[in-house]
Ligand binder design. Structure first.
Ligand SMILES: [Ca+2]
Ligand SMILES: [Ca+2]
Length: 312
C-alpha cells in the first residue's frame, strides 16, 4: 500500500488542458506532438495519474505506475502517430507537483528507451529535480520508457514520471528564439521562473519578473540569432497552470514590442487562454516585449508569462 497525494482539482486540470490544447501543437521549438500514451500499469487508488499525464504539457502532473512494488519493469509508451525523426528525449523524472512531493515519491534511476519495439538503450538519470535529456537519433513511431531501477522517495513506494518531451531534429518555424529578461523571480519550491520557462511548452511553468514593482517597465527579449520576419506574438499572458493562480497574479494590459528598428504598442486583454497579437510584418533579429501596464492580481505582485512565441 502506498499513498500518493491528490493532484490539483479537476477544475484546474481541465482549465489548464483547455489552455494547452490551443498552445501546444507543432508550435513550440521542436517538441513533437504526441498522439497517444499507453502504460503497463497505472496507479488507481486516487485519480489523476493515468498515462496521458506524462505528455499533457504540464510538469505538475505525473504518470505513476500501479505495480505492487516500486514499479521496476513498468513502462510508458508515447505514440507519435507515424514515423518521425526524433532527436532527443527530455524527461521530468518523479513527481514534479512541488519539491515536497518530488522528495517523497520514487524517482526513476535507470531507464530503458526503446524505439518502435526495438532493442532498448539503458541510461541513468541524476537524482535531481532537473529536466534531463538523452539522445534518440532515430526515426520513430513509438518511444517506450521502461523503469529499471529507482531512487527511493522518503514516503511513497510508487514511481512516477511527470513529463516526457520528444524533440524533433529541427526547431519548428518561429520558435528558435533564445529568451532573456530584465529580471526574474528566484526559484522556490514550485520551480524556476527563468525566461526559458516561457518557451518550454509547459503550461504550468512560467517566467515571472523579479522586480520590486508590479512588473510595469519589465521586459522579455526574444533573440532569433539572425534576421527573421515576424507578424504575430502568441502567448499565455499570466500564470497558465491554473485559473485560480492566473487570477491571483499580475497580467499585462499594454505592451510595446521593440524591434531592431521601430516599435509597436498595443493594448492587450489578459486571458487565461493563449491569445495572438498581430502586427505589421517586420524583419528583426530580436524583439523585446516591454510591459507598459498591468492588471494587478490580489495575491502575487508579479507579472508572469507562461508561454510566448513569435511567428510570421
Ligand atoms: Ca505532466
Ligand atoms: Ca512554460
Amino acid at each position: 500500500m502506498s499513498v500518493v497525494p491528490t493532484p490539483p482539482s479537476p477544475l484546474i486540470v481541465i482549465a489548464a488542458a483547455v489552455a494547452l490544447a490551443a498552445a501546444s501543437p507543432s508550435a513550440q521549438a521542436g517538441v513533437l506532438p504526441i498522439k497517444g500514451v499507453t502504460a503497463s500499469s497505472t496507479y488507481t487508488e486516487q485519480p489523476g495519474y493515468d498515462a496521458a499525464r506524462v505528455a499533457d504539457g504540464r510538469q505538475g502532473t505525473a504518470w505513476v505506475e500501479g505495480d505492487s512494488g516500486a514499479g521496476l519493469g513498468a513502462w510508458v509508451e508515447l505514440d507519435l502517430g507515424g514515423p518521425v525523426k526524433v532527436d532527443t528525449l527530455r524527461i521530468w523524472g518523479g513527481d514534479w507537483y512541488n519539491d515536497t512531493n518530488w522528495n517523497r515519491a520514487n524517482r526513476p534511476k535507470e531507464i530503458e528507451i526503446s524505439v518502435d519495439g526495438g532493442a532498448p538503450t539503458k541510461v541513468t538519470l541524476d537524482n535531481s529535480r532537473t529536466v534531463q535529456s538523452f539522445p534518440i537519433g532515430a526515426t520513430a513511431s513509438t518511444v517506450r520508457v521502461r523503469i529499471k531501477s529507482t531512487y527511493s522517495g522518503s514516503t511513497w513506494l510508487d514511481t512516477g514520471i511527470s513529463e516526457i518531451q520528444l524533440i524533433g531534429d529541427a526547431p519548428a518555424p518561429g520558435h528558435e528564439a533564445t529568451l532573456s529578461a530584465s529580471s526574474h523571480a528566484p526559484a522556490d519550491g514550485d520551480g524556476s521562473y527563468e525566461p526559458a520557462m516561457a518557451a518550454d511548452q509547459l503550461a504550468d511553468t512560467m517566467w515571472c519578473e523579479g522586480d520590486e514593482g508590479d512588473g510595469t517597465g519589465q521586459s522579455l527579449t526574444f533573440d532569433f540569432g539572425g534576421k527573421k520576419s515576424v507578424s504575430s506574438l502568441t502567448w499565455v499572458n499570466g500564470i497558465g497552470g491554473s485559473l485560480p493562480l492566473w487570477m491571483q497574479a499580475n497580467r499585462a494590459t499594454k505592451v510595446t514590442l521593440v524591434f531592431d528598428g521601430g516599435e509597436h504598442t498595443a493594448e492587450v486583454r489578459p486571458s487565461f487562454k493563449p491569445t495572438t497579437l498581430s502586427f505589421p510584418s517586420v524583419s528583426t533579429s530580436k524583439v523585446t516585449v516591454r510591459f507598459d501596464a498591468v492588471l494587478k492580481g490580489p495575491k502575487y505582485n508579479d507579472l508572469c508569462v507562461s508561454e510566448a512565441w513569435f511567428a510570421e
